[in-house]
Design a protein around this ligand. Structure first.
Ligand code: 0RA
Length: 220
């Protein structure tokens, strides 16, 4: 029989699928709404993780880029999401990207740092994305993992050819394309993104934001 175009799932993929199912079933419960406002919430979830890394004293720069294909990338020069293996054998990066953080912002977490909760929200963005890729720069290496609707395509690996333009020895690059079946629109509004970036930038001295819109080749 010909290989179908549908994904083949092994036991661990099915676990991830089941774990993220509540997000895809009731996206509004996690991001407020599935309209353009909810859509933009995806970007703020990812930016807020980088901001937490800035508040922890590490990230100094955050780059946000709206890409031509409708994907968005957020890059920071913080320490990089940890990639070490949990006792289960799964990378901390994979756990961050695939496990719902129960109770979210109000629960205790091993990743809690000075008022921020590292990584919370990333799995929600991942679950609501058609695809996502995360690259982590640390130990002189670039680790990466790719996901399809939240499910890892393979284990965390290293690559000699990073996609991110990060030119710092450490940092995190996340790029995702929202799943059009989860939102009433997947069109980013430059002004909305700009306002949200500006409002955050005002609050944090010494943190520099860069926003680029490759759809129009404008950057600010
Ligand atoms: C937990 C621990 C460490 C870094 C981070 C989280 C981290 C998370 C995000 C999410 C976006 N950017 C990030 N940057 C850092 C520190 C691990 C260590 O070096 O010991």
């Amino acid at each position: 029989m010909a290989k179908s175009s549908a994904l083949k799932y092994d036991a661990s993929s099915i676990q991830v699928l089941e774990g993220l199912e509540p997000v895809r079933k009731r996206p509004g419960m996690y991001i407020g709404s599935t309209d353009q406002k909810g859509l933009h919430h995806l970007i703020t979830e990812i930016i807020d993780n980088s901001i937490d890394e800035a508040l922890a004293g590490y990230a100094k720069h955050i780059w946000v880029t709206l890409h031509k294909d409708g994907s968005v990338s957020v890059t920071d020069d913080g320490r990089g999401i940890p990639v070490d293996k949990h006792k289960s054998g799964v990378s901390a990066l994979e756990l961050t990207m695939t496990k719902l953080h129960a109770g979210g912002k109000f629960s205790e977490s091993a990743y809690k740092v000075s008022g921020g909760l590292h990584g919370v929200g990333a799995s929600v963005v991942n679950a609501l994305s058609d695809w996502m890729r995360v690259e982590v720069r640390r130990d002189g290496k670039t680790y990466f993992q790719e996901y399809k609707r939240g499910v890892p395509k393979a284990k965390v690996q290293t690559t000699p050819n990073p996609q991110s333009p990060l030119n710092s020895p450490t940092g995190t690059f996340s790029v995702f394309k929202p799943d059009p079946t989860m939102f009433t629109t997947v069109d980013w509004d430059y002004k909305t993104v700009e306002d949200s970036v500006r409002n955050r930038a005002y609050l944090i001295a010494g943190l520099h934001f860069y926003l680029a819109d490759e759809r129009s080749s404008t950057s600010k």
